[in-house]
Design a protein around this ligand. Structure first.
Ligand code: NDP
Length: 339
């Protein structure tokens, strides 16, 4: 069983050498009478939150848990059931949820394992648009941002797994949407593929405040925050009264020893802004409603999704490290096996 092993706790930016690939012979049958499910992993979802699980247990984010040095990484993926002692799953089922970075996994925690009912779409979509990132975009935008037609929406890390969907949801509702991303290629994608009204490369806008004032002369109603830090601080200056901020992620802060503070937090009070963090783990009861909304959009071509796919379990470490340098263009996926 080929595996990607977590070497040891990480400080600062993750490196490929914080993980290594090995092959171990392990017993892969579920113990008699257990609820365990044996799966063959097909696609792995490469997600920014994994870095948080690589921090030492003393870290103040460790309530999310940590990886165990010497053990395979775990995370979201899409898999095929080979054997099951669990009443909800049977041999041949396709599933998505928490699995491990290895060819075959014996899963005993099945609370976050969802049976795939619709296989007429690319199965890799269950790591992205139809999986955790898709749910994050859906819950964050519709539930947290309380959006209304015609509102002014700003999305950061806009071309990524979550951001590209938030922008498209906002367009479908009739909002004016601007996205920021870290390269010209991504900016073009936002405008030409995802239908954002405007997009800019934040690495080339040295005065973000001036840029936001240019793109939002009347201010921002909704900010979908994927990055935190200075971007969030500058957005606060440009929010409209009673604006909403969905605090989805803070990727600009995950690798800093000293996270940046907010200088403009008074704006929250003065402008009566509602700023709300959310964690997708608490919202999976909405998954059926989400599928009813998003599947028709995909089938009718009203929503598109861009994936950035690497082949082979060996590419996992570089794929993960690359997220923190903006190397992915769209949702990062690693193919372990195609069937
Ligand atoms: P992406 O697919 O967008 O990949 C990460 C992207 O972040 C990179 O491609 C890069 O794009 C951008 N980035 C990296 N470093 C920085 C930086 N220092 N400053 C600004 N941008 C940076 O990731 P996801 O769509 O999967 O995740 C987006 C955010 O949502 C993350 O913060 C993630 O942790 C969060 N999240 C939160 C969840 C929740 O439950 N609240 C669930 C899932 C995700 P670019 O080239 O544009 O800089």
């Amino acid at each position: 069983n080929k595996q990607v092993i977590f070497r040891n706790f990480v400080s600062g930016f993750p490196k490929e050498s914080d993980m290594y690939v090995t092959t171990r012979t392990i017993k892969l049958t579920a113990p008699e009478g257990s609820n365990a499910v044996l799966v063959k992993n097909l696609y792995l979802s490469i997600d920014p939150f994994l870095i948080v699980l690589m921090r030492p247990p003393s870290n103040n984010l460790s309530q999310l848990g940590t990886f165990i040095p010497g053990s395979p990484l775990s995370g979201y993926g899409m898999a095929k059931v080979l054997e099951s002692g669990h009443p909800n799953f049977k041999e041949g089922d396709l599933v998505w949820g928490i699995t491990r970075w290895e060819e075959y996994s014996l899963l005993t925690e099945t609370d976050t394992l969802f049976k795939i009912q619709h296989a007429d779409v690319p199965l890799s979509y269950y790591t992205g648009i139809l999986g955790m990132p898709g749910m994050t975009a859906y819950v964050g935008f519709y539930e947290i941002c309380s959006p209304k037609k015609g509102e002014y929406v700003f999305v950061s890390a806009a071309s990524g797994a979550v951001g590209q969907l938030v922008g498209q949801f906002a367009k479908l509702l009739g909002c004016y949407v601007v996205g920021s991303a870290g390269s010209q290629e991504k900016v073009e994608l936002l405008k030409s593929k995802f239908g954002f009204d405007k997009a800019f490369n934040y690495k080339e806008e040295h005065d973000l405040d001036a840029a936001l004032k240019r793109y939002f002369p009347e201010g921002i109603d909704i900010y979908f925050d994927n990055v935190g830090g200075k971007t969030l601080d500058t957005v606060l200056l440009n929010m409209r009264d009673k604006g909403r901020i969905a605090v989805c992620g803070m990727i600009s802060q995950y690798n800093l020893d000293e996270p940046e503070g907010l200088k403009n937090s008074m704006c929250i009070l003065i402008k009566r802004i509602r700023m709300e963090g959310f964690h997708i783990n608490y919202h999976y009861h909405l998954y059926p409603k989400f599928l009813d909304t998003v599947l028709p959009y995909i089938r009718e071509g009203k929503i598109v999704y861009v994936e950035d796919i690497d082949e082979g379990l060996e590419s996992g470490p570089a794929a993960l490290v690359g997220l923190f340098h903006g190397r992915n263009v769209g949702k990062k996926v690693v193919v372990v096996a195609r069937e």
